[in-house]
Design a protein around this ligand. Structure first.
Ligand code: NPG
Length: 376
């Protein structure tokens, strides 16, 4: 973090925005038609910062929700920050270290502080985190569709746009035929499945049947809090397992590596409590020889900027779910939405902090709630 001057946080606000999705997004845990996102805005010494919380409306992905994160931030995390002295970033993180859980809430305020610090010090988030890549190879995640024909059409459209790998959401009974059809029509395409914890080890035969389709990986096949059965499964299938929900902390990651519960990690700053914890996980994976990639949580452009900065670190060797704004939104909340180049890459923002400019008119239009947080 260098020799930066201490960061003051004098005021903080919580804002909820709602953005309709261009099409419903269905996973094994439910369907979303709108992205409700909680934003954290901080200000101090005349410099502002903004962060986005990854939590959704329902606790289907993890136990966190947008409403729960708002309470954790308003009543516990932000008052601790506002009550404390000016500090550097690790000092700030100490202010909320006493709060158990609420990783996505913590990550949102950390993102806002990093944005503010980057702006104050004229450094991009990518520089700040140790990024090395100016452009990121992007993949796209395709939700469960009404028919196989609809899936094939979606795959072909996204490949035509340039996306470098296809991720298909799957669930028991919607997997082997899906993989067979897509592989048949798109023989050389980098392809993976994501189960969001929909299987148990009793489904071994169904999961083993996927070995024939040359998948890059299967993401989070088993329970969200399991590492033992994942290890048993990995020993009995050829396809590499990528962990997502099961790794929320460095301790989880160390256990997963020791047990060989998988071979790849999806890193989402929200899930692991912030960008700095995400960098630690990246370093641990590099040391263990696990490739990593950057996940997505249907973020608005604010969260997307942070994902691109994270994905610019050297260990992010696989295309992630870092898709363009128009994959999800007719109109994002940025002045300049994120666009995919025809080679399937996106530029990492180079401006100070997150390096993006929020459109104030659009922000007002989509805001459904805003409040200032009082110090304790
Ligand atoms: O591109 O932003 C994106 C979404 C990618 O599939 C995606 N995310 O399980 O990783 C996931 C899934 C997700 C979305 C999880 C929303 C939770 C909420």
């Amino acid at each position: 973090m260098g020799d930066w001057s201490p960061i003051h946080v004098e005021r903080a606000w919580l804002r909820i925005v709602e953005l309709p999705l261009v099409s419903p997004f269905t996973t094994s845990f439910g369907t979303q038609t709108v992205r409700r996102a909680l934003l954290v805005e901080v200000e101090g010494d005349g410099v502002a910062g903004v962060g986005e919380c990854a939590a959704g409306i329902e606790p289907g992905y993890s136990s966190e929700t947008c409403a729960g994160a708002l309470i954790a931030l308003r009543d516990h995390i932000l008052p601790s920050l506002l009550a404390g002295p000016a500090a550097d970033l690790s000092g700030h993180a100490q202010a909320w270290a006493w709060v158990r859980g609420h990783n996505m809430a913590k990550a949102a305020v950390e993102m806002a502080l990093l944005d503010q610090a980057g702006r104050a010090n004229q450094q991009s988030l990518s520089q700040l985190l140790g990024g090395v890549r100016p452009r990121i190879g992007c993949g796209v995640s395709i939700g469960i569709q009404a028919s196989l024909a609809a899936t094939l059409l979606a795959v072909s459209d996204y490949l035509a746009e340039g996306y470098q790998r296809i991720k298909l959401k799957c669930k028991p009974g919607y997997d082997v035929e899906l993989a067979r059809e897509v592989r048949h029509h798109f023989p050389g395409t980098p392809l993976m499945l994501d189960a969001n914890s929909a299987y148990s080890i009793a489904d071994l035969d169904e999961l083993r049947a996927l070995d024939q389709f040359d998948l890059m990986m299967i993401e989070q096949p088993l329970a969200h809090n399991d590492l033992i059965d994942h290890a048993a499964l990995q020993a009995q299938i050829e396809t590499s397992i990528c962990l997502d929900e099961s790794v929320e902390s460095l301790a989880d990651l160390r256990a997963a590596i020791a047990l060989a519960s998988g071979r790849i990690l999806n890193i989402k700053a929200g899930r692991v409590g912030g960008l700095l914890p995400a960098v630690q996980m990246h370093d641990t994976c590099v040391e263990a020889g696990w490739p990593v990639w950057c996940g997505g949580m249907l973020e608005t452009g604010i969260g997307r900027a942070a994902n691109l900065a994270l994905a610019s670190l050297p260990g992010f060797t696989l295309p992630g779910d870092t898709s363009a704004s128009d994959r999800y939104f007719e109109q994002d909340l940025l002045v300049e939405p994120f666009r995919l180049a025809s080679d399937g890459t996106m530029a990492v923002p180079t401006g100070p902090g997150l390096g993006v400019e929020v459109d104030p008119r659009r922000l007002k239009q989509i805001t459904v709630h805003v409040e200032e947080v009082s110090p304790r």
